[in-house]
Ligand binder design. Structure first.
Ligand code: ZN
Length: 321
């Protein structure tokens, strides 16, 4: 009790020393009220200050994001600034691997957009937080991200880590850049273990490779200036525009991409044996064909879009796997 009072008195004296710029102000303060009352004022002031700090820590980038929830992966109705400088310093690679297996963008093979960068990892590899922040979502999506984690960072970014085998963090937990958040895996819509890594700004997807060089395991610049019209650019700490995507890089990117699609196609073919066909012979029935290929009549019907009552023609081509 005595000790607390002494500390309080010390803080009070220090505060006076800082606040009062003249002897007059000090005198005025000293004569204003009994010591206890003054102390309480100082205390409540420091509490307000502490709470403000706490708020910053508890809701990263609260100036950009009006709310904090553990439910929605996307952000509806948030105001997106025309331009915003995202501080990339303090970045930590989400995985040790330098190998990008699939880029951000449209995937011809799947006729859909890929909103992240795929990094080769093995089941059980440590996945780490890219920046310090607060865990917003820890969830499972069987037909999509699998076991995934979303972190909100104070630089305004949110990062997503998908297809993990295990999540090592809880929602609302604060994490430091580089802290393990999960283990690599192959959960959800994924063929082969990899990390699906997304960077988003107010729910808008940014190609992670615009910000980070996974091969070099580094950021591309100190800052990324996000622009709502899509013309984001890199900037270094001195405010000079860092070397951005040059023509060469774009061309190289396309080569990489097609090489990547090729690899994906090969992988997909390996994973799924090529569809095999059977030419219907005289005297054959669905059940005899099913028996021949160790499959079922219903599977044959499903594969060929026919029913069990359909009549087979000699020479008809049937898929059997
Ligand atoms: Zn992916």
């Amino acid at each position: 009790m005595m000790k607390t009072k002494m500390i309080k008195k010390f803080i009070f004296m220090m505060a006076i020393a800082c606040v009062a710029t003249s002897g007059i102000a000090q005198d005025k303060l000293a004569s204003m009220a009994p010591v206890d009352k003054k102390m309480r004022t100082i205390d409540s002031l420091s509490i307000v200050h502490l709470l403000q700090h706490e708020e910053v820590a508890q809701a990263p980038a609260s100036a950009l994001y009006p709310e904090w929830n553990n439910v929605y992966t996307t952000h509806y109705g948030v105001e997106i600034p025309e331009e915003y400088k995202i501080d990339l310093r303090g970045f930590h690679m989400p995985a040790d691997s330098r190998l990008v297996t699939s880029h951000f963008g449209y995937r011809k093979t799947f006729h859909r957009n890929h909103y992240g960068t795929d990094i080769k990892v093995y089941v059980g590899d440590t996945i780490r937080a890219a920046f310090s922040g607060k865990i917003r979502i820890v969830a499972y999506e069987g037909k999509g991200y699998g076991r995934y984690v979303i972190i909100r960072h104070s630089n305004g970014l949110e990062t997503l880590y998908g297809h993990m085998s295990k999540q090592l963090v809880k929602e609302d937990q604060m994490v430091k850049a580089g802290e393990p958040i999960g283990l690599g895996g192959n959960t959800g819509r994924s063929t082969g273990a990899h990390l699906h890594f997304e960077t988003r700004f107010l729910g808008q997807f940014i190609n992670p490779e615009k910000l980070f060089n996974f091969e070099m395991q580094d950021v591309k610049a100190d800052y990324y200036v996000y622009r709502s019209n899509g013309s984001g650019s890199l900037m270094n700490a001195t405010g000079v525009l860092a070397a951005s995507e040059t023509e060469d890089e774009v061309v190289e990117d396309k080569v990489e991409e097609s090489r990547n699609f090729q690899q994906q196609r090969i992988a997909a073919q390996k994973a799924k044996p090529r569809t095999r066909i059977h030419k219907v012979q005289k005297g054959e029935s669905l059940s005899s064909i099913a028996k021949k290929y160790k499959t079922s009549v219903s599977e044959l019907c499903r594969l060929n879009g026919i029913t069990q009552k359909s009549t087979l023609r000699v020479g008809q081509i049937l898929k059997h796997s």
